[in-house]
Design a protein around this ligand. Structure first.
Ligand code: COA
Length: 259
């Protein structure tokens, strides 16, 4: 049987997001007809979201109820969700009060790697994971308060089924990446390079290394990125395999539902 890699990419994203959600202290993962969700004690999408959708008007309404009760709450609409047609999923969510907040490109590398890559260090224990996770949170959430970054880093380090790698130059942690391996595909997440070291090919070399390692296991690589970065990944042999649409409840809608 041939694998639909766009759907395998969605399954990889589900596993990754739920691993991070479950690793957040106080969070609870639930499975209801038509979706799975993570409900967290901390006001951040890392632990407040729904995915794996089989939407109908009742499911969409139930998601809106959860979004009201949680405050921050993202709904991820991905290839493989039902209905198959993305515009029908969009219509169902919008009718329930959601707004499409942003979209990511789902990208796939499924070829023979040609790049040399670069040696990465895998974080082998919780202490090493903490160092890499703190670095990642600092790059992605640099403008957020310290406590917020700490909580995101704690979830990342505790999700031990996700591998963390770093690249140090002259002893300084300079870049990092998270890899979500599963039986079908490897997911590349949280690729980040210290600002002062950007534009020198480190990001590209790390991507090469991740695709090389996956290829050794006979697997393709998936990632999600902003539209603006997709030409950069395309230049490295990735192709767009789908869209990830992220919905949330606008405040005015939240107030209307509570009333
Ligand atoms: C994206 C990132 C990992 C690239 O690392 P890097 O070491 O600078 O990558 P390389 O040197 O191999 O390639 C640089 C190229 O990346 C592309 N690029 C990086 N950030 C970009 C952005 N925000 N918009 C458009 N292109 C971008 C450019 O084409 C750039 O080319 P240039 O050097 O000619 O300007 C780094 O910019 C970063 O850490 N960004 C913040 C975290 C992030 O957004 N990660 C991506 C998650 S999908």
């Amino acid at each position: 049987m041939t694998i639909d890699y766009s759907q395998a990419a969605s399954r990889n994203l589900h596993k990754t997001y739920f691993a991070l959600g479950r690793a957040t202290p106080g969070s609870q993962c639930i499975h209801e007809p038509g979706f799975e969700a993570c409900l967290g004690a901390f006001n951040h999408p890392i632990c407040n979201f729904a995915a794996n959708l089989q939407l109908d008007p009742w499911v969409a309404h139930r998601l809106a109820e959860l979004a009201v009760s949680q405050g921050v709450f993202n709904v991820y609409s991905l290839p493989g969700d039902k209905p198959n047609d993305q515009s029908l999923r969009d219509e169902l969510l919008v009718r329930a009060g959601f707004r499409r907040n942003y979209g990511l490109r789902q990208m796939l590398f499924d070829a023979k790697p040609t790049g040399l890559g670069v040696a990465l260090e895998r974080a082998e224990n919780l202490h090493e994971r903490e160092i890499v996770a703190t670095f990642m949170a600092g790059i992605f959430f640099g403008r957020h308060p310290h406590d917020f970054r700490r909580r995101v880093a704690e979830s990342t380090l505790a999700a031990t089924e996700l591998d963390l790698y770093s690249l140090s130059i002259r002893g300084d942690l300079t870049a990092a990446v998270m890899v979500a391996r599963d039986d079908e595909i490897h997911g590349l997440f949280n690729l980040c390079v210290r600002p002062a070291a950007r534009g020198q090919g480190l990001g590209k070399a790390i991507v090469e290394e991740v695709v090389k390692e996956a290829y050794k296991e006979g697997k393709p690589v998936t990632l999600q990125c902003d539209e603006i970065l997709s030409p950069w990944y395309e230049g490295q042999g990735f192709a767009v395999s789908g869209a990830v649409d992220v919905y949330s409840l606008p405040d005015e809608r939240r107030i209307a539902i509570i009333k």
